[in-house]
Design a binder for this molecule. Structure first.
Ligand code: FES
Ligand code: FES
Length: 914
């Protein structure tokens, strides 16, 4: 027994002395505010105070705190500084998904107790051990710096003023007090645990041995699952025609991490289980980890119906690219490559399942509750309405939690044993088994005429799509549509191909392949501008897409094309930054300093929603007899703010303040299908559905009261008061109205599906109803002797159509840029080698530059209040801007990302002539 003080009270822990303090806090003390992101000291999510000092509780045995004073997030309310700090986090939008927030707050409280007036460097030092994958850190730093000042409590906007207002996340409070429950935070008492046995080889045959003998020899393990235990289809996939991933592989594992079996048993036994004890014979085979290997003549065929290991090809053609290139005044050729990129959400996949009569209920983190339900129904051979998916809070997703992961295993286990069963992936399991950003290998030839107009563009992209399809078809189809960027390109041909290998499945990751292609595109435009002797921004503005100019798929927008507005907003800083870099470099040369400065630009466009496919979202709003408005919105909020933004839209459409609206989110029994949280579709598509629902509900009420469209709605003690010209005209006694099956006296449910059309053989058609646009300028410094890059400042201009919530817009931009920094400078997932957060580096608080934003609002007629999507767009320009800035600073051209110091140094030497 270990005795210590926990949050001001003396406690005695019965867990083994060697047990991690984090596990004792969560499992024995039932304080789940302390999060587990890695169990290895890398992420800082588990930070608590020991005698006032921050420690990683995952690296601390409980015996080490004997007699000590431990404070977790739940105890911080006694620490004095915390209330203002929490308020400051909310006011600054410093908690997005919120999984890192307890660690951040605990670390910040220790800093502020010791130093009530820290500077930026102090904050960076104090919080440097805590990783955040969502925010880009800047808002967290600002929140800590501002926490000693009283936070101005914004006046909540009234009816009609919600859209455009920078209100806080409506669901933010539980994120800052540690009470928000993620996938592994609140599981049924006594739940069994399931552990997935996965292939340790990239490619292997296997035979499972004697399961009965194994069970007999393993006290505490109650059952084994394998392919034979799947009652329905042993196969899943996010795009039904391409579904190919087995719940349990049969005889052949196609990647390191492929699931082959699972054990179910007591939590402690399963948690400590050594996979080597599982009876299985492996026969490793020669693995094909690259498209070259998988495309070779002697390559094995990974899927019977996919010859040459080709999953899918994408193609778009317009005009005559070869003829245009032949006639071009200048032509450049660019070859680039990028590696696998890990999503790196701090919350690993986690959840639990239980049975309720003939129904199966699955709780856990997800981006796509309705899709999970449909997949589980097929796997379990159950009717869809027998499955309920109840999303927990989601500690980051970025695309990977669109695919099912843990769900079938807890579902099968709970169904087989009739007991609640839980699971939480280790960091290693998460990184081995989850989807990744597609590695790319891109060849691009692009020309321009003597005036600088783009003339001829030929693109070929090879994408390593890993062992299973996941979102590979989406990437292969989206890239050829976007590969020229937001520029008029009348003569264009783009090919893409997704090739299966024995790597992890490559899937959706913020941008669906477009960030990779944008790197080649933006390098090429810089090179062309240089050949012309033209300013790089001027080159882009000359070619920028405009209203009325066809895209490469032949689509013509009559309004809403905002890329040149973005460039215009950057003009001033672009020229200032270039002048400052020139002046610095002159002095640096004179002083013999190795440091030089550079400035680079990148741009983006991104079609919001599915490519040429139905993409509906349905919202339900109701008014209860006691005068509450309830919004049933199933658009998963994974930290990006869907709960807040969609409520703002619905509130204005109905004509009430946001505080009048109660939110029901996610649960598939309680919300209509809003589709998945992906492709920057929720603000646009689900927001439009919310607008339509709110407007329909308003119409219904106004018709009932027989008042004009201008009437104001007020809820007063069970009455709905309709006011016109400042005078209450009608008082509706809601308690007297009939209540429908959903419990409402008024209710509206509306669906919105963006108008698109299929693409023809040449990729011509209307793939998206709306595009968003953006551009970023990166200013950086390079130490030429070491090849190290320091990011100084990024200036952004993103056209969001209408900023429904400018605070959340900035949060999305900064988080996307941080991920773009990782893509550009450090991230490189190698199967079998970088499966943890110390070998796989993601940006820390010290890696992000200062941000300056221009939010551009070029309204689009289609979006709600003119809004466009944003989430994916913001990552796209960052890496090309960095690569172009490195070249501007040093002359070194980086082709193969990430631009680690060794590559930058080598490129500098090459640029100097070797
Ligand atoms: S869980 Fe302790 S540092 Fe990551
Ligand atoms: S808010 Fe920091 S990881 Fe999500």
């Amino acid at each position: 027994m270990t005795c210590f003080t926990l949050n001001g009270k003396t406690v005695a822990a019965n867990s083994a002395p060697s047990m991690r303090l984090s596990a004792v806090l969560r499992e024995e003390m039932e304080l789940s505010g302390t999060k587990i992101g890695c169990n290895a000291g890398d992420c800082g999510a588990c930070t608590v105070l020991l005698d006032g000092k921050p420690i990683c509780s995952c690296l601390t045995a409980v015996a080490q705190v004997e007699g000590g004073d431990v404070t977790s997030i739940e105890g911080l309310h006694d620490a004095g500084v915390i209330a203002q700090l929490q308020d400051s986090f909310l006011a600054h939008g410093a908690a997005q998904c919120g999984i890192c927030t307890p660690g951040m707050l605990v670390s910040a409280s220790a800093l502020l107790t010791e130093n009530p007036n820290p500077n930026r460097a102090d904050v960076e030092d104090a919080l440097g051990g805590v990783l955040c994958r969502c925010t880009g850190y800047s808002k967290i730093i600002d929140a800590v710096l501002a926490s000693s000042e009283p936070v101005a409590v914004g006046i909540e906007p009234g009816a009609g003023g919600n859209v455009g207002s920078p209100i806080r996340h409506l669901d933010g409070q539980p994120k800052v007090d540690g009470s928000l429950c993620y996938g592994d935070d609140k599981v049924p008492a006594g739940a069994l645990a399931v552990r997935v046995i996965r292939s340790p080889y990239h490619y292997a045959r296997f035979t499972i041995g004697d399961k009965d003998a194994f069970l007999a020899s393993q006290p505490g393990i109650q059952a084994v699952l394998d392919a034979g235990d799947v009652p329905g289809r042993n196969c899943f996939g996010v795009i039904p025609p391409f579904a190919d991933q087995p719940v349990f592989a049969e005889n052949m594992a196609l990647y390191r991490g492929d699931a082959v079996a699972a054990i179910i048993g007591d939590y402690d036994v399963v948690s400590d289980f050594d996979d080597a004890a599982f009876p299985i014979e492996w026969e490793p085979l020669e693995a094909m980890l690259t498209p070259e290997a998988a495309g070779s003549e002697k390559a094995s065929q990974l899927h019977a119906n996919r010859e040459g290991n080709i999953l899918v090809r994408g193609y778009v053609e317009t005009g005559n690219a070869d003829a245009a290139l032949g006639a071009a005044a200048h032509v450049v050729e660019v070859n680039t490559s990028t590696p696998f990129i890990e999503h790196g959400y701090i919350e690993p996949e986690a959840g639990y399942a239980l049975t309720e009569g003939n129904r199966l209920v699955v709780h856990g983190c997800t981006q796509a509750a309705q899709m999970d339900k449909e997949s589980l129904a097929e796997i379990m051979a159950m009717p869809a309405d027998a499955i309920r998916v109840v999303p927990t809070a989601c500690g980051g997703g970025f695309g990977s939690k669109l695919d099912i992961s843990f769900q079938p295993y807890v579902a099968l286990a709970a169904w087989k044993l009739g007991k609640p069963v839980r699971i939480c992936y280790s960091r290693g399991e998460s990184m081995r088994s989850s989807t990744k950003r597609h590695p790319s290998d891109i060849r691009l030839r692009v020309g321009c005429d003597a005036d600088g107009r783009i003339s001829g563009f030929v693109f070929d992209g090879i994408f390593n799509t890993g062992a299973y399809a996941s979102w590979g078809p989406t990437v292969a189809n989206r890239v050829p549509i976007h590969a020229c960027g937001p520029y008029s390109t009348p003569d264009y041909r783009a090919n893409s191909v997704a090739i299966h290998t024995n790597a992890p499945p490559a899937g959706a990751f913020r941008g669906f392949g477009v960030p990779q292609s944008a790197i080649a595109q933006e390098i090429a435009y810089d090179l062309l501008a240089e050949k012309l002797g033209m300013d790089q921004l001027a080159f882009r503005r000359l070619n920028a897409l405009k209203n009325g100019v066809p895209t490469v798929t032949g689509q013509v927008f009559e309004n809403g094309v905002g890329i040149d507005d973005c460039f215009a907003a950057l003009e001033a800083r672009w020229h200032e930054a270039l002048a400052e870099a020139d002046a610095f470099n002159v002095t640096a040369r004179q002083n013999g300093s190795p440091w030089v400065k550079g400035v680079g630009i990148g741009s983006c466009w991104y079609g919001c929603g599915n490519t040429s496919l139905p993409n509906p979202s349905t919202m339900r709003m109701g008014i209860t007899a006691d005068g509450r408005v309830v919004l049933h919105q199933g658009a998963m909020d994974i930290g990006q703010g869907a709960n807040t933004v969609i409520t703002q839209i619905a509130a204005d459409a109905l004509g009430v303040a946001v505080h009048c609206i109660d939110l029901v989110d996610g649960d598939t029994d309680l919300t209509p299908d809003c589709g998945k949280t992906s492709a920057s579709r929720q603000t646009f598509v689900s927001g439009k559905a919310a607008l339509l629902s709110g407007a329909a509900l308003r119409d219904m009420v106004l018709r009932h009261g027989n008042v004009s469209r201008q009437a104001r709605l007020d809820f007063e003690k069970g009455n709905l008061v309709l006011t016109e010209d400042g005078q209450p005209q009608v008082v509706i006694d809601l308690t007297k109205l009939p209540v429908n099956d959903f419990g409402y006296v008024f209710m509206a449910e509306e669906t919105y599906d963006p108008p698109t059309s299929p693409l023809d053989d040449k990729g011509q058609g209307i793939p998206y109803a709306v595009y968003g646009y953006g551009a970023q300028i990166m200013e950086l410094s390079v130490d030429q002797s070491l090849g190290t890059v320091r990011l100084d400042r990024v200036t952004t201009a993103h056209d969001v159509g209408r900023a429904i919530n400018p605070l959340l817009v900035e949060g999305q931009i900064e988080g996307g840029i941080a991920q773009g920094i990782g893509l550009a400078l450090m991230e490189d997932y190698q199967p079998g080698r970088t499966e943890n957060l110390h070998d796989y580096l993601i940006p820390t608080i010290g890696d992000v530059p200062v941000f300056e934003h221009h939010i551009i609002e070029v309204a689009d007629d289609e979006g709600p209040y003119g809004a466009k999507g944003l989430g994916e767009h913001v990552l796209i320009p960052t890496a090309p801007a960095i690569i172009n800035a490195i070249r501007h600073a040093t002359g070194a051209q980086i082709h193969h990302l990430p631009a680690t110091p060794d590559k930058v140094r080598a490129a500098i030497i090459t640029a100097r002539g070797g």
